[in-house]
Design a protein around this ligand. Structure first.
Ligand SMILES: [Zn+2]
Length: 172
């Protein structure tokens, strides 16, 4: 169960891992209020105003908390403090969980569809390259055919000197 005390604490690596999934997939909704839009300011150990976030992890779903503004960087002071009490939010937890999971599922599906679309783009450009090659080959063949026709014409002219002078000799 969530630690509902409002005393500041340093984040353990274990709870960091537990929140890793939630952080990787991101907040399912856009925050109505910016993380720094609250008053009065709560300061972290660095002496800076700590952003207030909403937790999306299973254990603390919907709980707002303050965290050092340099969280997840080398200079993170580790400051962490709850804003909401645990019991006040119990009744909306399940609802939030379902909504969160639905958004994450859609987000994943969306990513997968984008990847499939990217693959078919690659396929299409492959096809286009092959078409270009075939067209070039076709052009080469046409030229070769034309050259052959010309040579045959020359031979005809040699064999039938009258035809070369444009006279009717019955040879096509
Ligand atoms: Zn700090």
């Amino acid at each position: 169960m969530a630690d509902s005390s409002s005393t500041a604490s340093r984040v353990s690596s274990r709870s960091n891992n537990r929140r890793a999934v939630a952080k990787r997939l991101g907040s399912p909704v856009t925050y109505r209020e910016g993380p720094l839009a609250y008053e009065p300011p709560v300061l972290c150990y660095c002496g800076m105003k700590a952003p207030r976030w909403i937790s999306w992890s299973d254990d603390n779903l919907g709980h707002r908390y303050y965290r050092c503004s340099k969280a997840r960087s080398a200079s993170d002071c580790g400051f962490y403090m709850w804003f909401d009490s645990a019991s006040a939010l119990d009744f909306v937890k399940d609802l939030l969980k379902d909504l969160r999971d639905a958004v994450w599922k859609l987000r994943k599906e969306n990513n997968e569809l984008r990847q499939v679309a990217g693959t078919s783009d690659e396929y299409n450009s492959d096809m286009k390259m092959q078409m270009d090659l075939l067209e070039r080959e076709n052009l080469d063949l046409k030229q070769a055919l034309k050259a052959t026709e010309e040579k045959m014409h020359e031979k005809d002219a040699l064999l039938h000197p009258l035809a070369s002078r444009g006279m009717q000799v019955g040879v096509k």
